[in-house]
Design a protein around this ligand. Sequence first.
Ligand SMILES: *Cc1c(COP(=O)(O)O)cnc(C)c1O
Length: 360
Amino acid sequence: MQRSYNFGAGPAALPFEVLQQASAEMLTWRDAGLSVMEMSHRGQKFTSIAHTAELDLKELLDIPDNYSVLFLQGGASSQFAMVPMNLLHNSKTADYIVTGTWSKKAQLEAEKFCKTNIIADTTDSGFTTVPAANSVKITHDTAYVHYTVNETIEGVEFDYIPDTGATPLVADMSSTLLSRPLDIKRYGLIYAGAQKNIGPAGLVVVIIRNDLLGKPISGTPTMFDYRIHADNNSMYNTPPTYSWYLAGLVFQWLKRQGGLRAMAEINQNKATTLYSAIDNSGFYKNSVAKNCRSWMNVPFTITVPNLDNLFLEQAQQHGLIALKGHRSVGGMRASIYNAMPLEGVISLIEFMTEFERRYG
Ligand SMILES: *Cc1c(COP(=O)(O)O)cnc(C)c1O
């Protein structure tokens, strides 16, 4: 069996040990006589799997007691609507910071429910920067401030947490949650689609401060009301059980690696190594400002025209797959989430060096 290094942005690589464990438990989970996929979500076995996963996530992220953790469906994209539906309360406006494709999508979706104020926008930089911390001024009557911590497509990541005072800060952390420690109490709500850095697709994790629950706008469907899910331990209806279980295996794997402090060190090292290789070559280029380069998604281009397809083809032959940039921006993108080992990054750099030697 030959596994490739998967640099896909999502669904992304999962830790090899996690896949091994899932494989060993596929036909029967422990002595249950059935697979996790076949279990009742209300049975004692699955509820213990689910509860353990929640406790492990709380431990990893050091989530305070006044927050609820929800395991939902619909991807990060449904959160673009759930956030305004649940957090507008009596307000008619919400502030959005636009730093790339995903934050723009979130803002456009919120426009269906309220007036959005775009309080900072880096479109003019071609989404290669984040706004200066002191330039972010929130609107006085806004219900919340939304931003995307790591723009998965453009490879731009905030190097600071916007200060919103008493106004709830809402963060799309789909491609950065669990990559490093996080000060949860700075946030009112955090959401993250699982298929980047948490587990398989089909699951989105929401961490919400409890005082924000329970005031959805009128007409909010039951399934879109965070309170319903919080009151029912995310089991109001059938949750994505297998994705939840696999996420739990990933959380245990993270704990075995030494938790998020250890992951931060590994991730920073992987990112620094790759960016240095790019910066030290005249052949590859990353246009993102150095202070806000993503640790997780590294887009790059080749300065010699028309070599992208050849690069991607030959990379694949070397077992380095899914390096194609997002269709909206082109070029290449190496996503190096938690599950990508340093060896994968080194293997990519060796290939890049050799490719440059031949075609540069
Ligand atoms: C992938 C991604 C999304 C969309 O996730 P879905 O689960 O496909 O809806 C939203 N925001 C960010 C930052 C992402 O990386």
